[in-house]
Design a protein around this ligand. Structure first.
Ligand SMILES: O=c1ccn([C@@H]2O[C@H](COP(=O)(O)O)[C@@H](O)[C@H]2O)c(=O)[nH]1
Length: 245
């Protein structure tokens, strides 16, 4: 069974997932409360390791949908167990690394579906991480020596994930249009590496603006520091929404 489809975002705020990095649980909840239009938050490794699973229910109690971005990458049994636990938390999106391989991805998908159904929770959308947005093509080729360029490796991983029953992928905005052509909606394409014009790229390498990423076919945008490190996060969030309106 596939995940319950996450409908095409009806409003700009539904397209934006704010990454709650670089803050403790209290600050994360405070920030979430300060953005009245906020619908989605991303809990990544940093916040989850510091705060524990309870942060997911705290954010859900604020009316938010949680994207649990723990990027599981392990053997099939471990991937399945991790996705089972993540689904029981009620996370609506969960990341797994596509490079874990087809058997591990299929096991993860089956476990997430079973766990959600057993707990009477919505089936989460598993997202296969392709190539992290912090990689650039040259260092990817030089350091990993994978044998094919990044722009071919990303679609290979997305196809591997789709064949294993995974309903979405994480890619950079640079690859969205080619992935969207190969994987029409309701396949979910989530893109970090989003930088509004004039904002610092930081450690990100393959970036585009919010409007460019949506125009290319992204379902959702992950935006962290351009909002969370802004002196006025509410204004920064509103500006991202306005750019998409
Ligand atoms: O390829 C990837 C996968 C995940 N991420 C995560 O997204 C956010 C991006 O934060 P910014 O502050 O907007 O750079 C962060 O939590 C990453 O862990 C990614 O950047 N790239």
């Amino acid at each position: 069974m596939l995940a319950e489809p996450i409908q095409a975002p009806p409003s700009p705020a539904d397209a934006i997932i704010v990454a709650l990095d670089g803050m403790d649980p209290e600050a994360a909840c405070r920030l979430a409360r300060a953005l009245p239009e906020l619908r989605w938050v991303k809990v990544g490794l940093e916040l989850f390791v510091a705060a524990g699973p309870g942060i997911v229910s705290r954010l859900q109690e604020l009316g938010l949908q949680v994207f649990l971005d723990l990027k599981f990458h392990d053997i099939p049994a471990t991937m399945a167990g991790a996705c089972r636990s993540a689904a029981r938390l009620g996370a609506r999106m969960i990341t797994v690394h596509a490079a874990a391989g087809g058997r591990a991805l299929a096991a993860a998908q089956a476990a997430a579906v079973d766990a959600a159904q057993e707990a009477d929770l919505p089936v989460p959308t598993l997202l296969a991480v392709t190539v992290l947005t912090s990689w650039e093509a040259d260092s990817f080729a030089a350091e990993l020596a994978i044998g094919e360029p990044l722009e071919h490796y990303v679609p290979r991983l997305a196809a591997l994930a789709a064949a294993a029953g995974i309903a979405g992928a994480v890619c950079s905005p640079h690859e969205v249009s080619s992935l969207r052509a190969a994987h029409p909606a309701p396949f979910t394409l989530v893109t970090p590496g989003i930088r509004p014009a004039g904002s610092a790229a930081g450690d990100q390498r393959r970036v585009l603006t919010p409007a460019q990423a949506i125009a290319a076919g992204a379902s959702h945008l992950v935006i962290g520091r351009p909002i969370t490190a802004s002196p006025d996060p509410a204004a920064a969030f509103a500006a991202c929404c306005a750019e998409l309106a």
